[in-house]
Design a protein around this ligand. Structure first.
Ligand SMILES: [Mg+2]
Length: 122
């Protein structure tokens, strides 16, 4: 049986994310097309704000935060969960725009590497 730790150690590709992301949205929430670009962009911004809020709290020395009404330790893992939400929403927004996010990340990464004259390429 596959455990949560097993899945944390697996490498996730953009294609796998897209397939599951769109299917889950359609089945568990709503059709992806039912949300406008503004809806998706606002959701993405909200998740970015959630990650930023946790970083703000870490910066000011908070040791705990509320998650779904429950006081929990403020950890890097919590920030990571919000960053995961950012990626998930970015993928859904990209899908709504008809874009391949993985291909674009590769293209943009390599473009910046070229501009900075460094050897790193994806
Ligand atoms: Mg979130």
């Amino acid at each position: 049986m596959r455990t949560t730790e097993d899945s944390l150690n697996e490498i996730l590709g953009f294609d796998e994310l897209r397939r599951a992301n769109v299917d889950r949205c359609d089945v568990a929430f709503h059709k992806c097309e039912d949300w406008s670009l503004t809806d998706w962009a606002t959701a993405l911004g909200g998740e970015t704000g959630e990650a930023q809020n946790l970083i703000k709290k870490i910066r000011r020395g908070d040791k705990t935060t509320f998650v779904k009404g429950k006081l929990v330790p403020l950890t890097n893992h919590l920030v990571g969960m919000e960053l995961a939400d950012v990626i998930i929403y970015a993928d859904l927004l990209a899908q709504r725009l008809g874009l391949n996010l993985g291909a674009l990340v590769r293209m943009k990464f390599n473009l910046v590497s070229e501009e900075k004259k460094c050897k790193h390429r994806l």
